[in-house]
Design a protein around this ligand. Structure first.
Ligand SMILES: O=P(O)(O)OC[C@@H](O)[C@@H](O)c1c[nH]c2ccccc12
Length: 256
């Protein structure tokens, strides 16, 4: 499934490339207002931080929310105390788009993550040209050379990479490329199995000085407390926010 999602996202990017040549996107990326400092926004603090996700659907859960106005939802997240916003831009299974990212960028003043299956430089330039401050890199989807080169490009453009892992070996691979923001996804993107204890198992492999993000499977404040207790600096939440009153849910989660 993961390779299928990556292949589909790269194919869709190639379609966009036909309409908007590489040189044009690169120029727009390099001309864009500088990226916000995501590491400062997500730095460890005495309270857990929330990376709030805009997500209409997923392969594992199906349709979640229509989200007809992603900018308005992003403003609710910002008002509710989120430290940054994650925008799913993958279209086939998550029903996201680059337009969502552009609209969210225009509406909020906190860092915005492009959440997608990134495998090519074009997709990184696209993200910057749309105003993204962070870009997701999924270790399991990429060979080490590609992971390193995309990570370097993300940083060359002034952005921050959220390097996502699902095993000890993948944490090592993330640290080997110099990741400063490492996520552990409770969900296995190949089998969709959820393991909320995986973060706790891997957290001590992520050294202090690297920001730890616990991703997925958060339904309640108790789940946030569980991740916080296991060492999470940041918790990434999607479904629980798009299927509830985000400001009320965020206030519960941030009270942890
Ligand atoms: O909806 P949840 O269970 O709160 O999960 C959010 C986020 O972690 C999840 O959407 C996600 C984590 N890593 C990804 C990579 C691609 C697509 C989606 C994801």
């Amino acid at each position: 499934m993961l390779q299928e999602l990556l292949a589909g996202a790269v194919l869709d990017a190639e379609q966009r490339l036909l309409a908007r040549p590489f040189a044009s996107v690169e120029a727009a990326a390099r001309a864009h207002a500088p990226a916000l400092d995501a590491l400062a926004a997500l730095a460890p603090a005495d309270r857990v931080k929330i990376l709030a996700e805009i997500k209409r659907a997923s392969p594992s859960r199906g349709a979640l929310a229509a989200i007809t106005d992603p900018a308005a939802l992003a403003v609710s997240y910002e008002t509710g105390g989120a430290s940054a916003i994650s925008v799913l831009t993958e279209g086939r299974r998550f029903h996201g788009s680059m337009t969502d990212l552009e609209q969210v960028r225009a509406a909020v003043n906190i860092p915005v993550l492009r959440k997608d299956f990134i495998g090519t430089p074009y997709q990184v330039f696209e993200a910057r040209a749309a105003g993204a401050d962070l870009v997701l890199l999924i270790v399991a989807a990429l060979d080490q050379a590609t992971l390193l080169s995309l990570h370097e490009l993300i940083h060359e453009l002034g952005m921050t990479a959220l390097v996502e892992t699902h095993s000890g070996d993948e944490v090592s691979r993330a640290l080997d490329i110099g990741a400063s923001l490492v996520g552990v996804n409770a969900r296995d993107l190949s089998t969709f199995e959820l393991d909320p204890n995986l973060f706790g198992t891997l957290a001590d492999k992520i050294p202090s000085g690297v920001i730890r993000v616990a991703e997925s499977a958060v339904k309640t404040a108790a789940d946030v407390a569980h991740y916080r207790g296991a060492g999470a600096d940041v918790v990434l939440v999607g479904e629980a926010l798009v299927t509830s009153d985000p400001i009320r849910t965020l206030s519960e989660f941030l009270a942890v």
